[in-house]
Design a binder for this molecule. Structure first.
Ligand code: FAD
Length: 262
């Protein structure tokens, strides 16, 4: 089973700051981590590799410092690490990003299963995984908490409102992952980190993966960001006062008026 896990380096914060003039993410001064959802995908992939054998490759598109998350993945047990890094990728929206990553995966070749995080905690669109599946023309299942391989198919439990759906996909398939129910949060030992320093990370340019310039960067990005802002939350509350019995009556009346109860 040849597995590819798409991993993204993200700022270590869920409070991403945005430049109000350019609408771009301010990364300076913010420490970076592996996107937590990609850690879920990586841990699940390592489990599948242990069960089925095969090769686990991680791929990331980003600036040269994104090599850090690839090294982390290698220290956790990934066999091969690839960084897509090129000025031609700068300014890419999710459409162009997923195109570039799909070209990288095509170059890796011979893949059975592609795992992505459900979303990146900075961009937060959850569009990249589905975009990659679209470009590669393979089936996809999103928002899965467990993935395993049985009878040559991917078996997943997909989260839906009020429960989970058990689903199967023919391989090759792309699955996006949320936290597995048996997630351990594994981290490498000091020795694993040390060993990973000697493992090479391949850096590929747009040309290396055969990505056309017109489909990359701002030119290849159909998304136009008009404005980025924190949504205003207008919470209207009511504070009741009185004795315990009076409060109970008031809450009951409030619930009846709101038709929450009869
Ligand atoms: C017009 C426009 C211009 C932009 N310009 C820039 C820019 O100049 N520089 C910049 O850094 N960002 C830029 N972005 C943001 C960039 O497009 C997104 O960060 C990227 O497409 C991933 O989207 P996301 O963060 O919403 O990830 P999601 O779609 O939420 O991520 C889901 C999963 O996809 C995979 N994934 C996502 N991104 C990567 C990646 N890079 N490598 C490997 N796997 C990945 C991971 O498995 C992740 O868990 C721009 C966005 C727009 C709309």
């Amino acid at each position: 089973m040849n597995i590819v896990v798409c991993i993204k380096q993200v700022p270590d914060s869920d409070k991403v700051k945005v430049n109000p003039e350019t609408g771009t993410i301010i990364r300076a001064g913010v420490p970076s981590i592996l996107n937590p959802y990609d850690h879920f995908a990586l841990e699940n992939a390592l489990k599948i590799k242990k069960d089925t054998g095969g090769k686990l490759t991680v791929i990331s598109m980003g600036p040269p410092q994104a090599v850090e998350v690839i090294k982390l993945a290698l220290s956790l047990g990934a066999d091969r690490g690839i960084l897509l890094s090129d000025r031609a990728f700068a300014g890419s929206d999710t459409w162009a990003t997923s195109y570039a990553i799909s070209k990288g995966i095509e170059k890796i070749g011979n893949y059975d299963l592609i795992l992505c995080g459900q979303m990146a905690i900075d961009g937060d669109t959850a569009q990249t995984g589905p975009g990659i599946a679209h470009h590669l023309k393979i089936p996809q299942i999103t928002f899965c908490e467990n993935v395993s391989i049985a009878n040559g198919k991917a078996e997943v439990s997909k989260l839906v409102d009020g429960g989970t759906l058990d689903m199967q996909a023919e391989l090759p398939a792309l699955i996006t992952m949320t936290m597995p129910s048996d997630y351990l949060g594994i981290y490498p030992s000091f020795l694993d980190v040390f060993d990973a320093q000697d493992k090479p990370v391949e850096t590929w340019s747009a040309q290396d993966v055969g990505a056309e310039a017109k489909n990359l960067g701002l030119e290849g990005s159909p998304t136009r960001v008009d404005k980025i802002y924190a949504p205003e939350r207008k919470v209207q509350g009511e504070i009741f006062s009185g004795s315990a019995n009076e409060l109970a009556d008031k809450v009951l009346e409030f619930l009846k008026q709101g038709r929450f109860i009869k």
